[in-house]
Design a binder for this molecule. Structure first.
Ligand code: FES
Length: 183
């Protein structure tokens, strides 16, 4: 014969079956909800390189536009490049030339010689760019004047945003007459 306690024990085991299922179901539902909430940032993190648009970090600050108001000749400026490789961001510095465009709009040139990639230098005294490696020469606006470079200096895409001049730095193929961006 079962004692009262044993009966109650049975009742404890048998009776709450429905309640236990309900509690387990609630755990399952809340677990799913929490999992989904946690998965959103994880998903955003995991897919960040896929969602990133090219415009987010391809633009580098060159300086305040007002700094270039009185520009009469090319000036070299150092910019910081940020390159994203999957989840790693590497930054490096390089130089560009800012010059007054003929239409009053600032122009930005890559200093990389389109011949073999040496750094082209602006020579104030001669009022032209000269490449130190094989004496390629370019006019103030970057137009090729002479020497082995197969084309003019490369103009970089630029824009003015919030009073700042920004540039989209790119590398271009050397030894070809057309300006071809490298991937
Ligand atoms: S690398 Fe500039 S002229 Fe050859």
């Amino acid at each position: 014969m079962n004692t009262l306690a044993e009966d109650q024990g049975h009742a404890k085991v048998a009776a709450p079956k429905g309640r236990r299922s309900f509690v387990m179901a609630m755990f399952a539902v809340s677990g799913t909800v929490v999992g989904a909430l946690l998965a959103i940032p994880l998903f955003r993190f995991a897919t960040f390189p896929l969602r990133k648009t090219a415009s987010e970090d391809d633009w580098s600050d060159v300086g305040l536009v007002t700094d270039f108001n009185a520009l009469t000749a090319p000036v070299a400026k150092t910019i910081t490049l940020e390159r994203r490789d999957a989840w790693q961001v590497a930054s490096s510095q390089t130089a560009v030339y800012v010059l007054p465009g003929s239409d009053g709009v600032l122009k930005v040139l890559s200093p990389v010689c389109p011949h073999l990639g040496c750094s082209v230098q602006w020579q104030d005294a001669q009022q032209k760019f000269i490449c130190p490696c094989h004496s390629g020469t370019f006019a103030m606006d970057g137009t090729r004047l002479g020497g082995p470079p197969p084309r003019s200096m490369d103009t970089l895409e630029s824009k003015v945003e919030n009073g700042k001049l920004k540039v989209r730095y790119q590398y271009f193929r050397q030894l070809v007459s057309n300006k071809e961006p490298m991937a």
